[in-house]
Design a binder for this molecule. Sequence first.
Ligand code: TXA
Ligand code: MG
Length: 347
Amino acid sequence: MLNTKMLKLAAADDNLDSLTEAAKLLQSGELVAFPTETVYGLGAVYNSDQALAKVFQVKGRPADNPLILHIWSYQQLDLIVKEVSPKYERLMKEFWPGPLTLIFPKKEAVSYLATAGLDTVAVRMPSHPIARQLLEITDIPIAAPSANLSGRPSPTKGEHVFEDLNGKIPLIIDGGACEAGLESTVLTIYSEHPVILRPGSITKEMIEATLQEVVQLAMPDQADKPQAPGMKYRHYAPKAAVTLVEGENTKVVAKINQLLAELDNVKRVFVLGTAENEAKYHCTNFLNLGSQAKPGEVAARLYDLLRRCDQLNAELVLIEGVSAKGIGVAIENRLRKASGGNIINVS
Ligand code: TXA
Ligand code: MG
């Protein structure tokens, strides 16, 4: 067991000095968890196979699930990618730094451990000031998956990382709650059309507006060989069983109430729903996802509430589906994963 230190920092401060120790740990091949604008990352320098192997081991992550490399400058991009297509240049200009991960042909310097044997590498330039300062002073691109144990909801607060990784890593940089709350959008252009491999807060519509062409959304659950290998695992799930109810709002509420009535003997049933519906449920264990009018807030709260279900020893969680528009596409994607396919459609 390691003694895991929590370093609390405010994103608004100049933290370069406070981050010296974190940078030294990373440079010596240790793992450090840090905040980004999406979720917390579990960082390791990209050029140490021993550090990369530790990432997989600490998370319990399958070796065939590749990592995203994080950079803070375009010089760092040159170290790791073979070529930058003009389409990517337009996207980087528009969305970097920010929650968009792009898939590039990799340079030799990038280990197959990081890419899980692929000749492509996923790269993103985060916008979170602490992540950027950490990358700057470490001065080596950092491979970072979400800083959760594999299969658990991604961490959106320092304490979530502590829950999962206490005793396993030397340092967690706690920068408070993450703004987006869902992992970055992952995009590739190396197919007939650009394809979103994982939806996020940079939406299909935003990417289409920049590229002026049709962008497709991968259907990870239908493909035999998902292109973002990480999408095939049951993910983002609390320990409790989850049932997702999708469809028109009044029917969803009625269905959840019907399930609640049928489940009279299950003590610890929780409803995860929107503020507009709270008063309509015949249930005492209601967790508020936020307003339907503010899907960005729903995204930011979702993982925290899934973890709360575990803390409250939920046996079963009934979740309201969301409208799959804009960022709702990403929320729907994570809810479906959390449900493990346990979905009732009432539309
Ligand atoms: O917002 C995020 O992206 C966070 C923060 C920490 O940056 N990171 C994150 O990493 O979500 P992770 O490891 O949990 O998810 C990485 C996703 C997986 O679905 C993986 O399969 C996909 O990116 N991926 C990585 N490299 C890839 C590649 N070369 N080709 C296709 N998909 C790739
Ligand atoms: Mg993850």
